[in-house]
Structure formats: C-alpha cells, structure tokens
Design a protein around this ligand. Structure first.
Ligand code: GLN
Length: 534
C-alpha cells in the first residue's frame, strides 16, 4: 500500500517547499523505494499554461503534454522520474470537473458544495495520481501558505484523507521560516508556532517541521519548537540556505529526516545509496573553472521564468567541472546592434529560450546574428529556433522581410507559419502542440553525434513551425535541418555545421535534463563554450 506524505508551508511563501518535497523524494528513491510527487495549486486557473511567466515562472511540460507548475521540474530532476498530468492539480481543474458533473446531472438534484463535493474530488485526485502504478510513497505538496483562504478545501481534504488511511499511513511535513532579528541577534520561533496552531485549528497536527533559516538553529530553539508544536525533537529539521539546491537532500539526510519519517510510517529503513548524489555535490562545490553563458529573453527579470534552462546549463557545467555564471540579457536591449555587441562580447555561449509574442524579437535576432558571425556557441529553444531560422533567411538567404506569422499575420515571407492543425484552434489553454513527439536525426550531424541515437523523443509547446516551402532554399544556403519529425513534415532541429555549436530545436530539451545526466544539446553547448573561452 502507498504511504502518503503531505507537505504544507507556513509563515511566508517561497520557502522552497518544492525543493524540500523533491529532496525527500530523492532520499526515498536512494533507498530503493518508488516515489511519486504531486503538487496541489490552489489558484483558479485550470493550469498554469495561460499564466504570465512574470507571475508564475516557467510552465513545465510533461511527456503527456500537461502544462504544469515548475515544481514538477524539481520533482523530475531530483527523483529522476517522469511525471504527467495527474501530478499537478489546481483548484481550477477540480472545480471545472465538479461543475461539468453538475451540468451533466450527475449529482441527481443534490446541492453541490465545497464539502463534500470539492473535497471528495481532491481526494480522488490523490488516488488518481497512482492509477498507472502503485508507488511506495506519494509526496503531495500543497501550494500557498497555511491561512490562505483559497487553500482551505485542500487542507480539509488532506485532513479527511489522513484520518481515512489511519495513523502510520500518512504524515504531514510543515515547512516554516525561522526569521533572524539582527537587532536582538536571535532566531525567532513564534511565527512557526503560530503557523502550526493555525494548521491544528484546521484539524491537522504536523508530525515533522522543516525550518528554513539563514543560520544554524540552536538546540534550545529546536526543543522549544518541538515542545510548542507537539513534534518529536528529532522531527525538527533545519534547512539552511545553501549555495546549490542539490545540497538539500544531503543536508536533510544528515539530520535523518527520511529515517524519522519512515519510522512514523512504520516502514523498515534501508541504507540509502547517495554516492552518485554526493559526487554531484562535490563537483558542484569544487568546480575548477567557470564560464559566462548568456540567456537572452524577455522575462529576464524573473529567473524562475527560465528555471529549467538555467538548471540544464548547470547540469552540463557539473559534468565539465565548470561553474556556469548566467548573464541575463534583456532582448529588448539588443534591438540596437551596438548595444547587443557590447552585451555579448564577454560571453562564452548564448541561449535564446522559448517565448511568445513580438516584443524583444528584433533583439533576439541581433543576438543570433552576433553568435553566428562570431562563432559564439549558440543554442536556440523553440522560439529561439524560429528566430534562428528568421535570422538566417534574412541575413544569409537575403529575404529581408522574412518573418513569423506570430509577429506579422500578413508577413509576405513567413518562414515561420502557424501549424496546419492550429489553424482552426479556438481559445487558449492546452491547445498548443504539447508533449513528447519523436524526432529523427540526420546521420553525421552535430545533433546526431551529441545524442548518439537515430531517433529521440522530446517535449514540445508551440503553435508555429518552420514553413516547409523555405526548407530547400535555406538548406541550399547552408542551414542544415538535422532533426525532422518521423513523417518528415516538421522541422525539429537546425544547425550550422561549420560553427563550433550553432544548434536550435523546435522542442524544449531543458525539460529532460537531469543533474546526473545533462541533456546532450546543453552538453554540446557547454563543451563548445569551454573551448570558446580558451
Ligand atoms: N511562440 C512560438 C510558438 O508558439 C514559440 C513557443 C515557445 O517558445 N514555447 O510556436
């Protein structure tokens, strides 16, 4: 039977609950247990697909084409497990389902209410995540902060769920903040005590506390927390700010967090195998070299908007004993080519990531032109690939007004066009070409060498594609289409073989990179960047 671990947060948001949930998942996986992570998001959007990256950060795409919260990226990277649409549940999706049932008449004239109908639907979503296979552990993180009005149905559902599965089958982990007051020179436990008492007033007694802190928590304060929050002393876990998120599992392991939880869940502990992870953290801490890699996009003010790209770059760095310093370049500042040159001159590589809309495009085209003309290693992702094709069409093929229909509906030379299947699509939200599709690689290409495979599967999220009418002329002008869909109809990868690394993909490789297994396209970029720096 699956054992359940619920993770809530108190005092403030942005505590890094996702990293804690992912880290605990890693500690259980390291013991040979199977694990599934799930995220509950209390907002009314059906999924984050329609939300601005400025508000919500990256939209993480799964193999089955779900547009999900970026925490799913952490879960996948830490536990090395592919997740899917059942692993992210929003209030919006819960209400949508319940209202659809009501309209169908499924409730037979009954009054449809938050309790029991919404809470029952939430409980069924907990079980729904494990339909395909029964993991040893299911870790469920509830977004938001205890006390928020909108998360109440989720809290009530987990209260019921916990009592239904009984003691020993479910535990609650509450993450809180222990603020430091410089004036008195003290760490303060009171906000955590309050947060736990609010949680208790909803009927949930947490069994474990994870305390986020900037400095070590003295034993006396831990004892105080244990006493006033009714948590065993050994279940008060300190989680200090760390240089790398990948250190967190080891810090939690040092405090026996997984062991304590296994004990509570009446599961015999096993010796964890964390050798590879320890090696990874050693690499991270002791990287001998460093390089600067630019990310040129329009959401650069919020680094969470490109979190999987950043992590993928780091993963490729770890494999090369190299620390990656990210230089954020706001593409709008590159519209002026002089400025662009200035911003680009000290970087060893550049990524032009995905995005939507015309703003900042001319700047991205300048960045790509600079990379192409100066042999700066370049990786284009989705929109970044479309821009690479536009830039090549304009500046090499000589089609001065080459463009994408996304930026100019009446573009006379639309080298990027709306996909046929998208032409009649109405409305936003889950309507793009989403999820994993196969791609066949051209033998002898850079992409083929990097992957070491003829056929790959990668995740997508787009409405536009390279207009096939332009493939031949672009090829004749030297652009190599090194990845195509199996039917040969959709361009997936373009590259310039003469340059050290000029590769761009219609898909999003960043969703499949893992800390211990960097993605081939990012690895290729960083290998070339190290050479470029030298
Ligand atoms: N806006 C482009 C499209 O829809 C690229 C999307 C993306 O970068 N994810 O095709």
């Amino acid at each position: 039977m699956t054992k359940y671990i619920f993770i809530t947060g108190g005092v403030v948001s942005s505590l890094g609950k996702g990293i804690i949930a992912a880290s605990l998942g890693r500690l259980l996986r390291a013991r040979g247990f199977s694990v599934i992570n799930q995220k509950f998001d209390p907002y009314i959007n059906v999924d984050p697909g329609t939300m601005s990256p400025f508000q919500h950060g990256e939209v993480f795409v799964t193999d089955d084409g779900a547009e999900t919260d970026l925490d799913l990226g952490h879960y996948e990277r830490f536990t090395d497990t592919n997740l899917g649409k059942y692993n992210n549940v929003t209030s919006g999706s819960v209400y949508q389902h319940v209202i659809e049932k009501e309209r169908r008449g499924d409730y037979l004239g009954g009054t449809v209410q938050v309790i029991p109908h919404i809470t029952n639907e939430i409980k069924s979503r907990i079980l729904g995540a494990t339909k395909q296979f029964t993991p040893d552990f299911q870790l469920i993180e509830i977004g938001g902060t205890i006390g928020d009005i909108e998360s109440l149905p989720f809290i009530e559902a987990i209260r019921q769920f916990k009592s239904e599965v009984g003691i020993g089958n479910a535990v609650s982990v509450h993450c809180t903040l222990i603020p430091y007051l410089p004036t008195s020179g003290e760490l303060k436990t009171k906000p955590s005590q309050h947060s736990v008492s609010v949680l208790r007033s909803y009927g949930i007694q947490p069994e474990v506390l994870v305390c986020r802190t900037t400095r070590p928590i003295p034993k006396t304060e831990k004892e105080k927390l244990a006493l006033f929050c009714s948590v065993p002393k050994e279940a008060v876990i300190e989680c200090r700010d760390m240089k790398s998120i990948y250190e967190v599992p080891l810090a939690l392991e040092d405090q026996n967090m997984a062991h304590v939880i296994l004990d509570m869940l009446r599961v015999q502990d096993r010796t964890p195998d964390l050798k590879a992870w320890q090696k990874l953290v050693e690499n991270i801490k002791n990287s001998k070299n460093s390089i600067t890699v630019a990310i040129a996009g329009k959401y650069t003010k919020l680094s969470d908007a490109y979190i999987s790209v950043v992590e993928s770059l780091k993963h490729a760095g770890y494999a090369n004993d190299t620390k990656i310093d990210i230089k954020w370049i706001n593409s709008e500042e590159c519209v002026d080519y002089k400025n662009c040159k200035e911003l680009m001159k000290d970087v060893s590589a550049v990524v032009v990531p995905g995005g939507f809309g015309v703003r900042g495009i001319e700047g991205k085209l300048n960045v790509i032109k600079y990379a192409r003309e100066n042999n700066v290693p370049f990786l284009g992702l989705c929109l970044g690939m479309q821009c690479a094709v536009i830039e090549y069409a304009r500046n090499v093929l000589g089609i001065k007004d080459a463009n994408s229909k996304e930026f100019d509906e009446n573009a006379p030379h639309a080298v990027i066009d709306l996909m046929l299947e998208q032409k009649n699509v109405q409305g936003y939200g889950g309507t793009m070409r989403l999820g994993a599709y196969d791609c066949v690689l051209k033998k002898g290409s850079k992409a083929h060498k990097a992957y070491g495979q003829d056929k790959i599967s990668e995740r997508h999220r787009h409405r536009y594609e390279v207009n096939n009418e332009y493939i031949k002329p672009l090829e004749e002008a030297g652009l190599v289409f090194s990845g195509m869909s199996p039917d040969g109809m959709l361009a997936e990868i373009v590259e310039l073989p003469k340059l050290d690394w000029f590769v761009a993909s219609q898909f999003h490789p960043e969703f499949k990179s893992r800390p211990e297994r960097p993605h081939p396209l990012f690895k290729g970029l960083i290998d070339a960047a190290i050479k470029h720096k030298k």
